[in-house]
Design a protein around this ligand. Structure first.
Ligand SMILES: Nc1ncnc2c1ncn2[C@@H]1O[C@H](COP(=O)(O)OP(=O)(O)O)[C@@H](O)[C@H]1O
Ligand SMILES: [Mg+2]
Length: 139
């Protein structure tokens, strides 16, 4: 049973509001009384996911679903997709531009930290179409 479901849009290359969606999700989960350690792991993972939409995609959304026993985050975007997921998942691998790196992003640790911090992690991507990341956190 779903206790709560909410969608958060994320715009590409909008560095003014980057991090807002994950900040809202963190506050919402705290308010719901979710264990602080779980909130911490979700916050890390969803922030990385949001930044990936900002710096790598053409925009997308984060869907938050809070259930009785778990929290599910679905992160969907439009284009360009990931040609080699194993390579993208490896520590330190990044295709971020110099401009993006100058702003402090592009360390290449996002996807591996998302996988590490979630209890279940799935990534599906199609080049030219988009990417969908599903992360489940047990409560
Ligand atoms: N939503 C996405 N759309 C397209 N490519 C992505 C997306 N997320 C990640 N990638 C690709 O995977 C690489 C690794 O991502 P990540 O581990 O988050 O590192 P970083 O964001 O610092 O580059 C990115 O550099 C990019 O090439
Ligand atoms: Mg990243």
């Amino acid at each position: 049973m779903s206790v709560l479901r909410e969608e958060f849009p994320v715009a590409a290359m909008d560095f003014v509001v980057a991090g807002e969606a994950s900040g809202k999700i963190k506050r919402l989960l705290k308010k719901l009384g979710v264990n602080f350690n779980v909130v911490r792991r979700i916050s890390i993972a969803v922030y990385e996911a949001e930044i990936n939409l900002v710096i790598h995609s053409m925009g997308g959304k984060i869907i938050l679903e809070v259930g009785e026993n778990d929290v599910t985050l679905i992160v969907e975007d439009v284009s360009p997709g990931i040609p080699d997921i194993d390579l993208a998942m490896s520590e330190g691998y990044s295709t971020a531009s110099d401009e993006v790196r100058m702003m402090g992003f592009g360390a290449g640790m996002g996807l591996c930290n998302m996988a590490r911090n979630s209890d279940k992690f799935d990534i599906q991507s199609q080049v030219g179409v988009g990417t969908k990341v599903t992360m489940i956190f047990n409560l």
